[in-house]
Design a protein around this ligand. Structure first.
Ligand code: 16G
Ligand code: ZN
Length: 537
C-alpha cells in the first residue's frame, strides 16, 4: 500500500502549512523558523535525489538564516565541489516544498526520479550542519527523518559556519583525486588555513590588533577555535580580539551587531569601543560575509566593504602574479554586482587595468562568472566574496620555476594564498586572514587602504510594494524592462545628476523592492534615491 511508503509515513509528521507557497530563493529557503519543518524535510529528500543522480557524491545541507533575525531560519543545498546548488534543481526544490499532501510529495519524488533518470540503486550521501539558532536542532530532526526515509547515508557536522560546510563537502568529494582540497574535518579546515596564513605572512609584521565582531553567531566559537591554530601575538602573530560572540543567548544573534548591521546602518555596533584608526571587522550570522571599518581621529566612520576587499585583493594578487613572472600567463579579473560603488569599478578598470564583469545579485551568479577568469576575484558590496583560481592557473602557479629571488618570494606568497582562500564560497574567516596578510605586506593601516580611491556617495532604500514580481530587470539588474515606462523615468532623473547612477530591483529575500542611487555629492545621491523611489511607489 502506498501509504506505507516510508517517505509518506515520515512526511505526515512534517505537514506543509496550508495556504503557503515556498520558493527556493537567492540563498535557499528562508523564513520564520516555525514554518520551516516541512520545507527542511522535503529539502532532505531532494538532497538524496541529487546525490543519487551524481553517483553518490556528497551533497551538503546547511541550516541557517545568515543575517536574518534569530526567529528566522533557512536551508540550502551545497553541490559536490562546494558550490551552490545548480540552478535547474532550485525548481525541483520549489516543487517538492509546495506539494500539497504527503501522497503528492511521494508522486513528485518518484516522477523526479524517473524524469531525471536517477538510478535508485545508487548510494545517496549527505553531510549537514547548522548555525547557532535555537530552532536548529528541531529542524535537524526533520532533515534526519527525510534522510532515513530515503535510505541516505549521512554525517552530522553539528555547528559549523556555512563556508566550513562548503569546504568539507568539497574535501569529501575530491579525496584521493588530483584535485584533493583538504582534510574533510573542521580541524582540517583550521590546519589548512593556519598553515597558509603563516606561509603567506612570512616575516611581515602586523600593525596592531584587529577587533572582530562575530554577530553573536556561529562565527564566534569558530573564530576562537581558529585562533588556537595561529601564532600568538607574543610570537609575532596577529592579535585578534573577539567581540560579540555570545551564542548562549540566541536572541542576541545579529542584534545591533554583525556585518549586515554595519553595512546597512553605516556605523559600528553600539558595543564597539575601538580606538581611532584601529582595524575593526564584522562577520554575519553564518560567517560568510565580512566588513571592515574604522573611526578616524575626528571620529568619522569609514566602511571598508566588499568592494574594498575586492579591490585590495585584486591589487595584491595582480602584483604578485606580475612579480612572480606570471603576469602574461595568469589573467586576473573582477566580478561585481550593480551595487558596487562606481568609484570601485573605475579604480579597477583605470588604475589596476583589470577587466570587470557585472552579474545579477547572488553568490552563484558571481561565482560562475569568476570561474571564467584564470583568477577571478568576486565580492558583493555586502561583504560576501572570495577568489577562485582556475585549474590552469593552479597548475601554472604550482609548476613555475622562478628566475630570481624576488620571483621566488612572490610565488611563495601566491601559492600560500591559493590555500588560504576558501575557493568554494565567500568565507569571512578566510577573507579576514587574506585582508590581514595583504595589509601586513603593504604595511598599511585601514586609512591607507581607504585612501586607494574615494567612494561616490550612495543611498540604498527599501520600498514595500503590492507585488514585487512585476519588477523585472535586464542587463545584470541595471535596467527595468517591466513595468513599462518606469526605466525611461529613471533614466530622465539620472541624467540630471553629475556621476548619477540608479537602479531598481525586486529583492530575492524579502517582500520589497530595493532602490540604489549614487551621485557626486551626498545631497544629490539622497535626492536621486528619493525621486526614483517616488517613481516606483
Ligand atoms: C542572498 C545572497 C546574497 C545577496 C542577497 C541579496 C547568497 C548566498 N546570498 O543573501 O549574495 O546579496 O541575497 O538580497 O547568494 P536581496 O535580493 O534581498 O537584495
Ligand atoms: Zn551569511
Amino acid at each position: 500500500m502506498a501509504s506505507q511508503n516510508p517517505i509518506v509515513v515520515a512526511s505526515a509528521k512534517y505537514p506543509k502549512p496550508a495556504e503557503r507557497t515556498f520558493q527556493y530563493g537567492t540563498a535557499g529557503f528562508r523564513m520564520k523558523a516555525s514554518l520551516l519543518d516541512s520545507v527542511v524535510y522535503r529539502v532532505g529528500l531532494l538532497a538524496a535525489l541529487r546525490s543519487r543522480k551524481l553517483n553518490g557524491q556528497r551533497i551538503g545541507v546547511m541550516i541557517t538564516a545568515s543575517h536574518n533575525p534569530p526567529e528566522d531560519n533557512g536551508v540550502k543545498l551545497v553541490d559536490p565541489m562546494g558550490e551552490m546548488l545548480e540552478g535547474s534543481w532550485e525548481t525541483y526544490a520549489t516543487t517538492l516544498a509546495n506539494a500539497p499532501s504527503d501522497q503528492a510529495l511521494l508522486e513528485i519524488y518518484d516522477k523526479l526520479t524517473s524524469d531525471l533518470n536517477i538510478k535508485t540503486e545508487n548510494k545517496a550521501r549527505v553531510v549537514f550542519a547548522r548555525d547557532t539558532r535555537a530552532s536548529g536542532p528541531r529542524l535537524v530532526s526533520a532533515l534526519l527523518a527525510a534522510l532515513e526515509a530515503s535510505g541516505t547515508e549521512y554525517t552530522d557536522y553539528k555547528l559549523l559556519t556555512t563556508p566550513q560546510l562548503h569546504y568539507i563537502t568539497r574535501c569529501l568529494n575530491t579525496k584521493s583525486t588530483p584535485y584533493e582540497y583538504g582534510e574533510p574535518t573542521e580541524q582540517g579546515y583550521y590546519q589548512k588555513i593556519a598553515a597558509a596564513f603563516k606561509a603567506a605572512t612570512g616575516t611581515r609584521k602586523f600593525n596592531g590588533p584587529v577587533t572582530v565582531d562575530c554577530a553573536n553567531g556561529v562565527g564566534g566559537p569558530k573564530l576562537r577555535e581558529l585562533i588556537k591554530y595561529l601564532s600568538s601575538a607574543s610570537e609575532g602573530g596577529l592579535e585578534i580580539k573577539v567581540v560579540n560572540d555570545n551564542v548562549v543567548e540566541p536572541e542576541r544573534l545579529n542584534h545591533q551587531c554583525g556585518a549586515d548591521f554595519v553595512k546597512t546602518n553605516q556605523r559600528p555596533p553600539p558595543s564597539s569601543h575601538a580606538a581611532p584608526s584601529a582595524r575593526c571587522a564584522s562577520l554575519d550570522g553564518d560567517a560568510d560575509r565580512l566588513m571592515y571599518y574604522f573611526n578616524d581621529s575626528d571620529s568619522s566612520f569609514h566602511l571598508l566593504d566588499g568592494d574594498r576587499i575586492a579591490t585590495l585583493a585584486a591589487l595584491f594578487i595582480g602584483d604578485l602574479a606580475r612579480n612572480a613572472g606570471l603576469g602574461e600567463k595568469i589573467k586576473v579579473g573582477v566580478v561585481q554586482t550593480a551595487y558596487a560603488n562606481g568609484a570601485s569599478t573605475s579604480y579597477i578598470t583605470q588604475d589596476l587595468r583589470l577587466p570587470v564583469v557585472c552579474t545579477p545579485t547572488g553568490v552563484k551568479h558571481l561565482h560562475h562568472a569568476a570561474t571564467r577568469f584564470d583568477v577571478g576575484v568576486y565580492f558583493e558590496a555586502n561583504g560576501h566574496g572570495t577568489v577562485v583560481f582556475s585549474d590552469l592557473a593552479l597548475k601554472r602557479i604550482g609548476k613555475y620555476e622562478p628566475q630570481s629571488p624576488a620571483q621566488a618570494s612572490a610565488l611563495d606568497t601566491l601559492r600560500a594564498l591559493t590555500a588560504l582562500i576558501n575557493q568554494t564560497v565567500g568565507d569571512a574567516l578566510s577573507d579576514l586572514l587574506l585582508v590581514e596578510v595583504i595589509l601586513a605586506h603593504k604595511a598599511w593601516g585601514p586609512k591607507e587602504w581607504h585612501l586607494t580611491y574615494t567612494d561616490l556617495p550612495n543611498r540604498l532604500g527599501r520600498i514595500e510594494v503590492a507585488d514585487r514580481n512585476i519588477f523585472k530587470t535586464t542587463d545584470a539588474e541595471r535596467k527595468l524592462e517591466s513595468p513599462p515606462g518606469v526605466q525611461a523615468q529613471i533614466d530622465a532623473l539620472v541624467g540630471k545628476y553629475k556621476n548619477g547612477r540608479s537602479f531598481v530591483r525586486a529583492s530575492g529575500t524579502e517582500e520589497a523592492v530595493r532602490v540604489y542611487a549614487e551621485a557626486a555629492t551626498r545631497g544629490e545621491a539622497d535626492d536621486l534615491a528619493a525621486k526614483v523611489a517616488d517613481v516606483v511607489k
